[in-house]
Design a protein around this ligand. Structure first.
Ligand SMILES: C[S@@+](CC[C@H](N)C(=O)[O-])C[C@H]1O[C@@H](n2cnc3c(N)ncnc32)[C@H](O)[C@@H]1O
Length: 343
């Protein structure tokens, strides 16, 4: 096992991810491609002043919980079903001079016994089997962070699996990832409701090969799941081709977005911040250009500028490089696309 560095942590792990190392079955998993996800987690925790005890529930090397302890001053605990992982976490805690509880057991069992102020679930593939236990083990007001790498399922490539696993129709094309996030939130909301609780999504996004949500546990509320049709209208019932049922409320709260980050993460937060104020759904700039009968698609920023000049909300999106979020009606979307061509 090699020693690595990420953020302020040094730690032992086997390099995983595409074409590298032991893969999922053997060794102690570490995927450097998820660094941005952990950087974001640290920045988010610092922004909201996360307090109390957090469980790194599927910890592997413990890198996430270790970084949160070192960089956000959080009291982390660690759980992994693999004995090799928990032995390695013990060494990694020593390397970073951290004292913390480590549990070698299924996280579902641990969460029957203990409650936390913050729980992180970062599985191989789908988080679905862990959702109920996580909601059960979270204190009121606590924060749940969930990763999902079953993007093929949530984002339109395996619709029948999505229906079985999440009870919802996924969507293809430009809004696939945003809809995937909303379907995952819909599932968490439904499970929370069945337990007499509710959720408030705080910061939800897609990046690279994964989706991630951070939600706060709140009182049960009357939020209704809805559908998004192909025109990106929110509708109360299933229509041919629509996605849902899904969470159609806000998926990003502007107030929790860190404002002091630079580089790739800073840019990501900047887009999120603007996008947070827009309606659900995205329009593809190539589709807009085709409908406006324009030969070459104008740059996204130009169409956004024209939509704003016409008096509408418009932003780019972290969910797709081709997507525009706007509240402009169809005629105005086409007018803005035409105007953008001549800029
Ligand atoms: C994707 S890795 C976690 C990566 C880690 N969070 C990171 O940032 O590098 C998933 C881990 O979950 C563990 N695991 C799988 N099922 C589990 C369960 N039911 N309870 C606890 N750990 C489990 C695996 O042993 C593996 O180490």
């Amino acid at each position: 096992m090699k020693q690595h560095r990420e953020g302020k942590a040094k730690f032992l792990a086997n390099l995983s991810g595409k074409d590298k190392g032991p893969g999922k079955a053997k060794g102690v998993f570490y995927n450097p491609a998820m660094k941005m996800s952990r950087d974001l987690h640290v920045a988010f925790s610092n922004k909201i002043g996360l307090k109390g005890t957090m469980l790194d529930g599927l910890a592997a090397s413990g890198i996430r919980g270790i970084r949160l302890a070192l960089e956000s001053n959080i009291n982390s605990e660690f759980c992994d079903i693999s004995a090799l992982a928990t032995e390695t976490i013990e060494k990694n805690l020593k390397l970073n001079k951290i004292k913390a509880n480590i549990y070698n057991m299924p996280v579902e069992d641990l969460l029957q016994e203990k409650k936390y102020d913050c729980i992180d679930i970062d599985p191989f593939g789908t988080p679905a089997p862990f959702l109920e236990a996580s909601l059960n083990g979270l204190n009121y007001g606590g924060i749940l962070g969930i990763s999902a790498t079953d993007t093929a399922v949530l984002c339109g490539a395996k619709p029948s699996v999505c229906l079985n696993r999440y009870g919802a129709n996924s969507m293809k094309w430009v809004s696939a990832k945003e809809v995937g996030i909303r379907i995952l939130l819909g599932k968490i909301h439904t499970l929370a409701n069945a337990m007499g609780k509710g959720i408030e999504p705080l910061l939800c996004y897609s990046e690279g090969h994964h989706l991630r949500v951070f939600v706060r546990l709140v009182n049960k509320n009357e939020t209704k799941l809805k559908w998004l049709n192909l025109q990106m209208d929110v509708v109360d019932e299933y229509e041919n081709g629509s996605g849902g049922p899904m969470w159609v409320g806000k998926v990003i709260q502007k107030r929790v977005i860190p404002t002091d980050c630079e580089g790739k993460l800073g840019k990501f937060f900047e887009i999120m911040s603007k996008e947070s104020e827009g309606p659900p759904g995205l329009y593809d700039i190539n589709d807009l250009s085709r409908s406006a009968k324009i030969g070459q698609t104008p740059r996204r920023n130009k169409i956004i500028r024209c939509l704003e000049e016409l008096g509408y909300f418009a932003s780019s999106s972290i969910f797709s490089p081709l997507g525009i979020k706007t509240d402009a009606p169809e005629a105005k979307r086409l007018e803005a696309t035409e105007l953008a061509q001549s800029l």
